[in-house]
Write a protein that binds this ligand. Structure first.
Ligand SMILES: Nc1ncnc2c1ncn2[C@@H]1O[C@H](COP(=O)(O)OP(=O)(O)OP(=O)(O)O)[C@@H](O)[C@H]1O
Ligand SMILES: [Mg+2]
Length: 449
């Protein structure tokens, strides 16, 4: 078997286990599958052979987390004997002619509808808010399907269509840029967040993949006074979630009713808190520098449903701890000042994560992220390596905080560290100290921007 065949085979093994995790894990986004039924009956029928996701998120499911934990670890163990280095990432869908590595029925169906709509002349809609060139992708009946963020329209990319960003880029990068992040890597960061979300069974990030789309609605610039012919742009595509509002607006509504404890039933409060803590886990691991209250959404139907969606994960996966890169700006986690952050961890979630976070799991997670980030051949490989040192450091701290049962408000106060591997191929032990070497970050000379 040659290398390419081996890669495809391994990716398939990985994939089929992922599907099981996705459909068996609680709290999975039904999002746009609700809308998919009309045109995608065939696919929906195929999907129905898989075990059904519970309609409502039941917190007691975390008590029996071993079920999903077993499937997560078995998928990792199965691939662990082989080096999955340099395998094409299943999170990158190169073109619609490529055989899809990603077998996610919901995502593929959504993307098929998006492509059909664009080919039929439905124009993506530029999102006015925000700093990047981001587009809502709609179908002919004006149903929103996804959010596409082309790489070359990111905040500091050459084809960013927002004038405000143009001036910031030209005049004052120090005050607005983030020196700890790789420029124009937002689309990989968005997708990486979705990868972490799926691997840790958090189910709070709407599915996101790297894809290519072309439409005259995107910004192509002009050459010699003439508009440039549209060509396929690479970027991140995230499934649109319906019926959600900005967290800031929802939290204000709850505050007006006397606070979340008064506005929500005890069961709703618990469901919300679990999802809030999952967002903490996600943001902490990816070291998100941009989780303000418009970058997470809440869908709340009193007495029926309460769900959280962590969107806009494009400013994460730094190469250095952000605190170490600027003397003028701080990048605190937006949620750390909320009262929810002082609540103790949900016991089921805590146990689940503690069992999951083995050196082997961390090793495989880092390989997956590396394979995704190396998709961008313009990125220096060393940068991916140092991104992973930060990522491992965050996982190291998270595990220690979970073991010590420190709530999120304490977790963020842990000293920043960088973690390297001690092993060469695979971690041979379950002992973190034997597998990894942690080093505290030196903050003595922060940069100026
Ligand atoms: N997956 C999604 N589902 C539903 N709505 C979304 C989704 N992604 C984005 N939105 C909506 O679009 C708005 C802008 O999206 P987003 O914050 O991702 O864009 P941005 O240009 O990166 O902005 P920023 O300046 O915050 O970085 C959000 O506030 C939200 O209302
Ligand atoms: Mg935003």
């Amino acid at each position: 078997m040659n290398n390419a065949e081996m890669s495809t085979k391994m990716a398939r093994v990985h994939r089929s286990d992922d599907d099981r995790n996705v459909f068996t894990s609680p709290g999975h986004f039904a999002s746009s599958s609700e809308q998919v039924n009309d045109s995608g009956e065939q696919k929906v029928k195929r999907k129905s052979k898989l075990p059904k996701a519970p309609k409502r998120f039941r917190p007691e499911l975390w008590g029996s987390a071993s079920l999903s934990l077993t499937s997560v670890t078995s998928s990792l163990n199965r691939t662990s004997g082989l080096s999955s280095d340099n395998i094409r990432s299943e999170f990158v869908l190169r073109s619609n002619r490529d055989p899809p590595l990603n077998s996610d029925v919901e995502f593929n169906d959504n993307l098929r509808r998006a492509r059909e709509a664009i080919n039929a002349g439905v124009r993506p809609m530029l999102i006015r808010a925000g700093s990047s060139g981001s587009y809502f992708i709609r179908d002919a009946s004006n149903t929103f399907l996804g959010v596409f963020k082309p790489k070359d329209e990111e905040p500091f990319a050459p084809l960013n269509p927002k004038w405000r960003k143009f001036f910031q880029r030209m005049l004052c990068f120090c005050c607005f840029g983030r020196a700890c992040l790789i420029p124009n890597h937002g689309y990989l960061s968005e997708t990486g967040a979705s990868l972490i979300d799926e691997r840790l069974c958090l189910n709070i990030v709407p599915k996101t993949r790297v894809i290519r789309l072309s439409s005259p609605a995107f910004f192509y610039g002009r050459c010699c006074g003439r508009a440039i012919e549209p060509y396929p742009k690479e970027g991140s595509y995230q499934i649109f979630v319906n019926g959600f509002k900005d967290a800031g607006a929802v939290l204000t509504e709850w505050a007006n009713l006397g606070g979340p404890e008064a506005a929500l039933t005890p069961e709703e409060y618990e469901l919300f808190l679990i999802q809030f803590q999952k967002m903490v886990v996600l943001d902490y691991i990816i070291r998100n520098t941009d989780r303000h209250s418009s970058n997470w959404l809440i869908r709340y139907i009193p007495g029926k449903e309460i769900r959280l969606a962590a969107i806009d994960n494009g400013l994460a996966f730094p190469v250095q701890h952000p605190e170490n890169t600027s003397r003028f700006r701080q990048f605190p986690f937006g949620w750390s000042s909320f009262s929810f952050a002082q609540q103790p961890w949900h016991e089921g979630l805590r146990n689940f994560l503690l069992q999951l976070l083995t050196p082997l799991f961390v090793h495989n997670l880092c390989l997956d992220i590396k394979n995704l980030f190396r998709h961008d051949s313009s990125t220096n490989r060393l940068l991916t390596y140092i991104q992973l040192r930060v990522l491992r450091g965050q996982l190291w701290n998270l595990r220690l905080a979970l073991m010590a049962n420190e709530p999120p408000s304490q977790l963020v106060k842990r000293p920043q560290i960088l973690v390297r591997r001690r092993y060469s191929d695979l971690p041979a032990s379950d002992d973190w100290d034997k597998c990894f070497r942690a080093k505290q970050v030196d903050f003595s000379s922060p940069g100026c921007c």
